[in-house]
Design a protein around this ligand. Sequence first.
Ligand SMILES: Cc1cc2nc3c(=O)[nH]c(=O)nc-3n(C[C@H](O)[C@H](O)[C@H](O)COP(=O)(O)OP(=O)(O)OC[C@H]3O[C@@H](n4cnc5c(N)ncnc54)[C@H](O)[C@@H]3O)c2cc1C
Length: 402
Amino acid sequence: MKIGIIGGGAAGLVAAIYAKTEENEVIIFEKKDSCAKKILMTGNGRCNYWNENQEKRHYHSENPEIVKEIMTEENAQEVLSFFDMLGVVSKIKNGYYYPYSNQASTIKTLLLKEIERKKIETKENFEVDEIEKKGNHFLIKSKEEEWEVDRVILATGSSASLREKDNNGYRVAQSFGHNILPLVPSLVPLVSARKDLKKWAGVRSNAIVSLWVEDQCYGTEEGELQWTEDGLSGICIFNLSGMASKALSLGQKVSIKIQWMPWLRSVEEGRDWFDDKKRNTHPLENVLVGFLNPKLIEILLKTAMVSKNQSWKALTEEEKNRVLNVLFSLEIPISKTKSLERAQVCKGGIPLSEIVPSTMESKKEKGLYMVGELLDVDGDCGGYNLGFAWTTGMLAGKGVRK
Ligand SMILES: Cc1cc2nc3c(=O)[nH]c(=O)nc-3n(C[C@H](O)[C@H](O)[C@H](O)COP(=O)(O)OP(=O)(O)OC[C@H]3O[C@@H](n4cnc5c(N)ncnc54)[C@H](O)[C@@H]3O)c2cc1C
């Protein structure tokens, strides 16, 4: 049997390694001049390739019950054994897996060495334009060439982080009758129309941030918030950005509320904290500088309409409420997200309901399999997106042999 893998990224390479047997010939068609290029960009060049915490809330999809069938404990063990087999020594930090070398190139090199060892053919600079079913075979076509194979694994990823808008993978899937759920950026900075944010650019602060859509809280994250020229960034924002993107694409009102004192859990605790004799007679500026960047203090107190030289004790009840409101739920309206080109992943894609989760085979076309980010699953920061790519690649590679 001849198996064609479209895309030599994370999912495609693992699929190829699993699909190759003595009897099966495997060819990877990759549009770039080498495979696994994106892997080098991951985890700031360190490749955060897995996460110990496999709670399903870290994966987002229109079909969360199918995600559970794919990301099982058994499959997780198999993926980790696979990396062990490749020779990857892991370093685990707060549950995040990295190669011990701290270099994404370790993962790329070991995957490509296995591709070579298994004598899997790679055809670089081959952009698949179209796939046609001819009897029991598939014709894989670029603008210049065509190849005939018996089975196809579509592993073209998404358009996230790429300059080119078009991703042929979606078009190929559509040509076999698949639907595409709306594609929007995820793990991406948010943009606000608020004009004074420029002053905060570059500032980082620990905070609890929550995403509000219309008048409903859609999610809360705690972590380091980063201020940009025109909005917000940081892992905590990235993890909320997919939901924000989707809501914005539906024309809904989106905002981020910020709680600047994450070690306290309620406004009442905040009031007690300021009431404490240790600090209630000190100028507010001196109290706030203990946990906030001076640039933030100025704007926050201006928003609360109180002077930085006043003490908490000297404030009226109304002023105290305004300070607490700004410190516990400052609202930043969000007008858009940065583009797909600036996003790490893409939300949306081929619905999981259109594939068989145990093998990743298409329910629309026998012999066609689909894996990785092309599917409607986007994960949080922390190794979930690569985790999904490896797992689905492994399932398809095994599935194609059946
Ligand atoms: C900056 C950045 C950092 C990231 N960091 C992490 C991280 O630390 N941890 C994590 O889990 N995830 C991370 N991600 C997300 C992760 O990289 C992706 O989710 C993952 O690579 C998806 O794997 P894939 O195989 O589905 O797609 P890809 O890795 O994108 O591979 C698809 C391949 O298909 C090729 N291709 C596309 N179309 C065609 C065609 N028509 N013909 C031939 N070839 C084609 C592409 O050139 C590419 O090589 C990061 C993403 C970015 C952009």
